[in-house]
Design a protein around this ligand. Structure first.
Ligand code: SAH
Length: 398
C-alpha cells in the first residue's frame, strides 16, 4: 500500500477541485513539505482540515499529480483502478466491435479518471505509457486491475519521465504475456499499419490523427498531387494514396523514415512508383521546391511542437506562421493545406490566428473547410479541456 499524506489547499482553489478539475497544480498548495515520495496518496484538505479530494503525488511538467476521487471513503486500491478501467473499456465498445480498426486508445489519463497513464490497443496487445515516477510507483495495482479486466495477448510499456537512474532492471518495454511480432500488423479504417512495440519511444503511427487520415482519403485525395511534410512513417501519404492521389511526396529529416514509409506503402499494396520519399530538412526542401517551381494540390504540415536539429530549433508557437508562409507558396490556387499541431501551449483560437496572419502577410485569400481536435477514444476530462492538444485545420487557398 502506498503511504498517505495530507496537504492543505489554499482557499482560492477549493471550489475548483470540487468542480472536478483533475490536475494537482503547484500553486494549489502553500506547503508541500509533506510530499517527499512520488506515488504517495494525497488527501487534499481545506483550511479547516475538511476533506476535499484525494489523488496522488507525481511530478510531470504539467503539475504535481492528479486528483483521483472526491469521496473520503474511496480507497485507492486495485478495485479502484478496476472500476476506472471497466468504464474506459465500456466507453470504447464500438471501437472493439469495429473489425476495420484494430488500433486505438483504451485509456486516456485524466480523461478516464487517472491522470499520468495512457493505454493503447494494438490488435490484441496493449501499450502502457507512464508519465511520472508517481504513477509508475502505483503501476502494480493498475496493471493487476487491467489484467483482471481484459483478455490480452501481451503487454508493453513506455516510460515518459526521467528515471533518474531508477528502475534499471526493467529497461525492456515488454511486460508480460506473449511478445508481439515485429512488425505487428494493425488496421485503421481498413488500411494497414506496421507497428513496432519495442523499438524506441514511438511505435510507427500516431493514433490521434485517425479521423484526419480518413477524411484525407475519403474526401480530398482523389487525383491530387500531395506533399506530406514532417511525414514520419508516411501515414498521411498512405491514406492519400489509398484515396487515389496522383502522387505523394513525403519529407522527413530522420533517416529511418525512408524504410519505414516504404514498408507502410508496401503492406497496403501501393505501387511505390508515384510515391517519393525524401530524407531532408523540410525547410531546405521548401527552398528546393520554390527553385524548381514545384506546386502541389494538397500539402500536409504536422511538425513536432518543438524540435532541435543541427541547424535550427523549431517551436510551433514561434515558427508556425513562417512555416505556413513557405507552404502557401508551393500550394496551387484552389489547393488544400492541412495544418496540424499537437502543441499544448496554445489554443485553437491562437492557431487560427497564425493561419490568418500567414495568409494576410502574403495577401492571399483562404477559406477554412473543416477542423479537427482529438478523436473520441482520446477522451478529455470535461473540466480539463486544455488537454485537448490536437488542432487540425483544412484550408483552401483561394
Ligand atoms: N505527421 C506524422 C508525425 C510527425 S512526427 C504522422 O502523422 O505520422 C514529427 C516528425 O518530424 C518526426 O518524424 C521528425 O523526424 C520530423 N522532423 C522534425 N524536424 C524536422 C525538420 N526540420 N525537417 C523534416 N522533418 C523533421
Amino acid at each position: 500500500m502506498p503511504n498517505e499524506i495530507n496537504l492543505i489547499l489554499k482557499s482560492d482553489f477549493v471550489q475548483k477541485i470540487k468542480n472536478g478539475y483533475p490536475l494537482l497544480s503547484r500553486e494549489f498548495i502553500e506547503d508541500w513539505s509533506e510530499a517527499t515520495e512520488e506515488g504517495s496518496i494525497v488527501n487534499l484538505l481545506d483550511q479547516k482540515k475538511n476533506f476535499v479530494a484525494k489523488g496522488y503525488y507525481g511530478l510531470q511538467n504539467k503539475g504535481q499529480g492528479w486528483i483521483l476521487s472526491q469521496q473520503a471513503d474511496e480507497v485507492i486500491d486495485t478495485d479502484f483502478f478496476k472500476r476506472k478501467i471497466k468504464a474506459a473499456l465500456a466507453y470504447r465498445k464500438d471501437f472493439f466491435a469495429d473489425v476495420k480498426t484494430t488500433a486505438f486508445r483504451v485509456f486516456n489519463g485524466e480523461g478516464d479518471g487517472v491522470g499520468g497513464v495512457t493505454v493503447d490497443y494494438f490488435n490484441g496487445y496493449y501499450l502502457f505509457t507512464w508519465y511520472s515516477i508517481g504513477i509508475y510507483e502505483l503501476k502494480e495495482m493498475f496493471l493487476e486491475a487491467f489484467k483482471q479486466s481484459v483478455d490480452f495477448k501481451g503487454i508493453y510499456q513506455k516510460k515518459r519521465f526521467d528515471t533518474k537512474g531508477m528502475y534499471l532492471n526493467d529497461n525492456n518495454d515488454f511486460v508480460c504475456g506473449n511478445e508481439a511480432p515485429a512488425p505487428l500488423h494493425v488496421k485503421e479504417n481498413g488500411a494497414n499499419f506496421a507497428i513496432y512495440l519495442d523499438d524506441g519511444a514511438m511505435v510507427g503511427v500516431f493514433l490521434d490523427q485517425r479521423d484526419v487520415r480518413k477524411t484525407i482519403r475519403d474526401k480530398y485525395a482523389k487525383g491530387k498531387t500531395v506533399l506530406n511534410t514532417f511525414s514520419y512513417t508516411g501515414a498521411f501519404s498512405v491514406f492519400a494514396a489509398l484515396g487515389g492521389a496522383k502522387s505523394t511526396t513525403s519529407v522527413d529529416l530522420a533517416k529511418r523514415s525512408l524504410p519505414k514509409t516504404q514498408e507502410q506503402f508496401r503492406i497496403n499494396n501501393i505501387d511505390l512508383e508515384n510515391q517519393n520519399i525524401i530524407v531532408e530538412d523540410v525547410f531546405l526542401y521548401f527552398k528546393y521546391a520554390v527553385r524548381k517551381k514545384l506546386l502541389f494540390d494538397m500539402v500536409v504540415i504536422d511538425p513536432p511542437s518543438f524540435a532541435r536539429s543541427k541547424k535550427r530549433t523549431f517551436s510551433a508557437n514561434r515558427d508556425y506562421v513562417k512555416l505556413l508562409k513557405e507552404v502557401i507558396q508551393i500550394t496551387n490556387k484552389g489547393g488544400t493545406i492541412i495544418a496540424s499541431t499537437n502543441a499544448a501551449n496554445f489554443s485553437m483560437m491562437t492557431f487560427r490566428g497564425f493561419i490568418d496572419k500567414a495568409f494576410r502577410d502574403l495577401k492571399i485569400k483562404f477559406q477554412v473547410l473543416e477542423s479537427y481536435a482529438l478523436p473520441k477514444d482520446f477522451r478529455v476530462a470535461e473540466k480539463f479541456q486544455e488537454s485537448n492538444y490536437l488542432k487540425v485545420v483544412f484550408i483552401k487557398k483561394l
